[in-house]
Design a protein around this ligand. Structure first.
Ligand code: NAX
Ligand code: ADP
Ligand code: K
Length: 490
C-alpha cells in the first residue's frame, strides 16, 4: 500500500528531527545527486546531452538543489545553477560556490527557455512542500515557460521532492513534467492522485528516517491488500454468512448490463446473488446463470441502475433498498435518482464515470476531468455518499476517510460493459464484508472495501484470454473469478 500525507503532516513529522540537528537536507541532497549522477552516466552512454542544470527556488527545496549541486561538483560533474530567487538558501549557496559551481541569476537571463534548453538534465528544485496558495509570479511564468521548453527539447527532468507547483492539491496542473521524482519523508496527495500524479514520472520515496504519524490523506490499495483483505469462505460458513447481494440492473434497451453485472457479482464469490430487476432481463439471466435466485428475500448489499435510464421504477427500487439499511451501489441510471435529502438510510455508494459526475453536480465534464478529487468530494458531501469516481484512475471518496485509489489499470478497461462488471463486483464485495460485520467482525471502511473491489476489477484484465490486448466485458466478468482464485493461492 502506498500512502500520502499532507505537507503539514510531513512538516510536523520532520520538526523533532530538525530540532535535534539531524541533517535532513544533506541527506536529501545526497540522494538527489546520486540519482542525477546515474542519469548522467546513462545519457552519456546513450550519446545524448548530459549537461546538468539545477533550478533553484527561494526555500529549502532550493536548498536541497544547491546542496545537490555541491555533491555533483564533488563527483566531478560540473553542474550549473539557475537562481530563480533573490534570497536562496544561504548555506547551500555558499557550499555550491565553494565547490566551484557556476551560478546564474534569473534576472540576468534574457530567454530562460533558450538558456535552459542547452542542458539535457534539469533538477527541478524551485519549490516543494512549502508552496502556499496558487503559484504567483515570477515562479508561475518561469514554470510555464520551462514546462513548454521541456516538451520541445525532450529534457530529462528530475524533480526534487515534487515537480515544483505540486504538493497537496492534485488539481494543480502548472508544473514541469518530471521523468523521475525523488520525494522525502512521504508522498503528498498530488503525487498519488489524478491528474497531478501523471506529471511525476517514476517516483521514489526517500524516507530519511522521518516517521509519519496519524491517518494518511490518501492511500493506494493494490494486489497485496486485495489478497490480505478480501473475505474468504470459512469452514462453518453457510450461504447467508458468505453474503447475499441483490441486483436490479438491465432493461429492455440495455439487457446486457444486467447480465454482465450479475455474472461479475457471481464471480466475486458471495453466498448468493438475487436478481431483482426487470422480468425480461431475468428471463435472459436464468438460462445463462442458473445459480441466480429471482425470489425476493434477505440481502446484505444491493446494486441498482446499471443498464437503466433511471425513472420512477428505479427511483422507487433505490428507495426500497436504502430503507433496508444496507450498502446500496447506485450506478448509471440510478445516479439520476439520488437525492440530497435522503438521511436515515443505508450507506449509498455512487459509481459515476467523470461525465456522470459532472451531470450529477451540474457542471462541465472538462472541469471534473481537470480535478476529479475535488468534484468527487463535492458529490460525497452533497449526497452523503461514498463516491467511486471512475476514469483513467479510480478515486474513491468517503467523509473522514483517506481518499482511496488503485495503481494504474489497463486502459483497455475503457470498453462498454466494463463499468457494469465493476458495479457487480463492488456490490458482491460489499455484501461479503457486510456479512462479516454482521458476525461481529471489524471490517474496513466502505471506501477501502470499494478500493478492494476496484483492484479486483483491474486485476481481472490479466485473466482475459486476449490480454494484454483489447478485452471484452464478458471476458472481464469471467476474469474476476480467476483473479480472485489467484489471490487466494497460498
Ligand atoms: N524541513 C526541512 O528541513 C527539510 C525540507 N526539505 C526540503 O524543503 C522543502 C520545503 O521547504 P520550504 O518550506 O522552505 O518551502 P519550499 O522551498 O518548498 O517553497 C518555498 C518557496 O516557494 C515560494 N512560494 C511559496 N508559495 C508560493 C506561491 N504561491 N507562488 C510562488 N512562489 C511561492 C517561496 O517564496 C519560497 O521561495 C521540501 O519540499 C524539501 O524539498 C528537505 O531538505 C528535507 C528536510
Ligand atoms: N483509460 C483508462 N485506464 C484504465 N481504466 C479505465 C480507463 N478508462 C476507464 N477505465 C475504467 O473502466 C471502467 C469503465 O466504466 P464505465 O465508464 O462505467 O463503463 P460502461 O458504462 O461502459 O460499463 C471503470 O472502472 C474505469 O475506471
Ligand atoms: K521541486
Amino acid at each position: 500500500m502506498r500512502t500520502a500525507y499532507t505537507s503539514e503532516a510531513i512538516r510536523t513529522a520532520e520538526a523533532p528531527l530538525l530540532a535535534d540537528g539531524v541533517p535532513l537536507m544533506r541527506r536529501a541532497a545526497r540522494a538527489i545527486a546520486e540519482r542525477a549522477a546515474a542519469v548522467v552516466s546513462e545519457r552519456r552512454a546513450a550519446g545524448v546531452n548530459a549537461e546538468v542544470l539545477v533550478l533553484v527556488g527561494g526555500g529549502n527545496n532550493g536548498g536541497d538543489g544547491l546542496w545537490a549541486a555541491y555533491e555533483l561538483a564533488d563527483f566531478g560533474l560540473a553542474p550549473r545553477v539557475l537562481l530563480a530567487h533573490e534570497h536562496p538558501h544561504a548555506e547551500g549557496l555558499a557550499a555550491a560556490r565553494g565547490a566551484g559551481v557556476k551560478i546564474d541569476q534569473l534576472a540576468d537571463v534574457d530567454d530562460v527557455a533558450a538558456y535552459a534548453g542547452r542542458f539535457g538534465i534539469w533538477l527541478d528544485a524551485l519549490a516543494g512542500i512549502g508552496l502556499s496558495g496558487p503559484l504567483s509570479e515570477p515562479l508561475a511564468g518561469l514554470i510555464d515557460a520551462l514546462a513548454a521548453e521541456r516538451e520541445r527539447a525532450e529534457t530529462f527532468v528530475l524533480a526534487v521532492d515534487c515537480p515544483s507547483g505540486l504538493s497537496d492539491d492534485p488539481g494543480a496542473s502548472l508544473a514541469i513534467r518530471a521523468d523521475e521524482t525523488i520525494t522525502f519523508a512521504a508522498l503528498t496527495p498530488a503525487l498519488l492522485l489524478p491528474p497531478a500524479c501523471r506529471l511525476i514520472g517514476r517516483v521514489r520515496v526517500e524516507n530519511l528516517g522521518i516517521e509519519l504519524v496519524g491517518a494518511p490523506a490518501a492511500i493506494e490499495l493494490g494486489a497485496v491488500e486485495l489478497r490480505a483483505s478480501f473475505p474468504r469462505a470459512r469452514h462453518l460458513d453457510h450461504k447467508y454468512t458468505r453474503g447475499v447481494v441483490g441486483i436490479d440492473a438491465g432493461s429492455e434497451t440495455y439487457p446486457g448490463a444486467g447480465l454482465l453485472a450479475t455474472r461479475a457479482a457471481l464471480a466475486a464469490g458471495p453466498g448468493m446473488v438475487r436478481f431483482l430487476g426487470e422480468e425480461g432481463v431475468a428471463r435472459l439471466i436464468i438460462p445463462a446463470m442458473p445459480e441466480v435466485v429471482t425470489a425476493p428475500g434477505r440481502i446484505q448489499a444491493a446494486l441498482i441502475g446499471s443498464g437503466t435510464e433511471g425513472g420512477p421504477r428505479i427511483a422507487a427500487a433505490l428507495a426500497d433498498f436504502l430503507a433496508r439499511d444496507i450498502p446500496v451501489v447506485a450506478d448509471a441510471g440510478a445516479l439520476t435518482c439520488v437525492s440530497e435529502a435522503a438521511r436515515d438510510r443505508g450507506a449509498l455508494i455512487l459509481t459515476p464515470h467523470l461525465g456522470e459526475l459532472a451531470t450529477l453536480l451540474g457542471c462541465e465534464r472538462a472541469d471534473v476531468e481537470a480535478d476529479p478529487v475535488r468534484y468527487a468530494r463535492q458529490a460525497a458531501e452533497r449526497f452523503d455518499a461514498v463516491v467511486v469516481a471512475k476514469g483513467p484512475e479510480t478515486v474513491i471518496v468517503e467523509a473522514s476517510e483517506p481518499i482511496v485509489t488503485i495503481p494504474p489499470a489497463s486502459p483497455y478497461l475503457a470498453t462498454a460493459g466494463s463499468g457494469d462488471v465493476l458495479a457487480g463486483v463492488l456490490a458482491a464485495t460489499l455484501a461479503q464484508f457486510a456479512a462479516r460485520a454482521e458476525a461481529g467482525e471489524t471490517v474496513p471502511a466502505l471506501s477501502y472495501q470499494a478500493g478492494i473491489a476496484a483492484q479486483l476489477h483491474a486485476s481481472a484484465v490479466a485473466h482475459c484470454p486476449s490480454a494484454p490486448g483489447p478485452i471484452r466485458a464478458l471476458d472481464l466478468a469471467a476474469g474476476i473469478a480467476l483473479a480472485l482464485g489467484a489471490t487466494m493461492e497460498p
